[in-house]
Write a protein that binds this ligand. Sequence first.
Ligand code: ZN
Length: 460
Amino acid sequence: MNDGQYLFEQLVTADIGEEILAFVAEIYPICRSITGHGVRETLRAIGEHIKLEVHEVPTGTQVFDWGIPREWNIRDAYIRNERGEKILDLARSNLHIMSYSVPVRQRISLEELKQHVYTLPDQPDLIPYRTSYYAENWAFCMPHRLLEGLADETYEVVIDSTLADGHLTYGEYLHRGEIEDEFLLSAHVCHPSLANDNCSGVALLTHLAKRMAGFRTRYSYRFLFAPGTIGAITWLARNEDHVRHIKHGLVVSMVGDGGGPTYKKSRRGDAKIDRVLTHCLRHCGLTPAILEFSPYGYDERQFCSPGFNLPVGLFQRSQFGQIPQYHTSADNLDFIGADHLALSYHLIASAIEVVENDAVYRNMVARCEPQLGRRRLYGIIGGDKDAAAANMAMLWVLNLSDGQHSLLDIAEKAQLPFSMIRRTALVLQDHGLLTMDEASEKKVSQSGGDCVPATRSSGN
Ligand code: ZN
């Protein structure tokens, strides 16, 4: 038995939601993009909690079919009317500037200005989030109501930005377990002031890594904080020979709202992580959405590209693009809550509990049921409320512990939470009724998780 059997209890503490929320509030004001000082500042904040390794990859570096773009930084941006009043100011919201806007300093008419403004006519009070990473352009983003109220006059537009050779920056942290096999946990760090997407994911993973640092695990856990798409592509390009160690993975984004929970399966569809998340979400007391893989979404697109085909799924609360706050100024600190963050954290911790502790056992009294009453084993697990379920768990564990079924297999068949099945197995083991199968490790690791790149195996 490894220390992991207690990992879940150690990971979850009462104040975890508040701690994550406080870190979200700390990094929320930073003006991030896919490159630049905002990413560095965010990684520095993460690095105050965990020993983060920060990588700088120069502009122009080829990463598969992509190149590292020039680095973008912004100091100031505003629009002034003829009376010299700032009608829009970057200092008031990072979303006011389309990310990667090239520098501008000119006087233009309202008609010209309108060519460089994004609004949301259906949500007239919100600022949209827009980017133009790979096409040189500039634009302001503002509430539609503000645009409609602008007088027909000349405006001074200033964008004090730089787009120059520099670096793409990402950070990673490895928690070393007993084995080299890894669980990858990834969050994008490229969005500016959007609380749920994805300060919530960054903050949750930072605190999970921080909690985990104190104890031993069986798996190694790799935490990746990289800009969306280009960051994941860069990491994969630089770690191509390493990814065979990744046996489970989750992309974590939008975990601070009260929706979902949502799990989008890996491209494989039957990876162990897909089974684990499906199981954990079905027992969380809410109505989860379990989605099949699709090639649209977050960085699972890269991890699940055919040449890698890694067992990596996407965990979210509300699904991206499905809520009115998505990619707008309404995705702010009021939109997320400590209780939602705590539940999201709890769900990821419960998935880790399964991955760490799934094992195959053998019933020592396989011919007919052992006499449980004589051993005072009825009602030994849980309170009165779930005594019936606990007794069923015992019967399921005894019946299916034939060296062929893992604890997760049993939990699925019994439709009971993995944690209850695991506690039951430990009690039965203490009473000499159960023993771990000698080949348990091999049998469990065979139930999903081996990396078989689709294109290579088919010779394309
Ligand atoms: Zn987004």
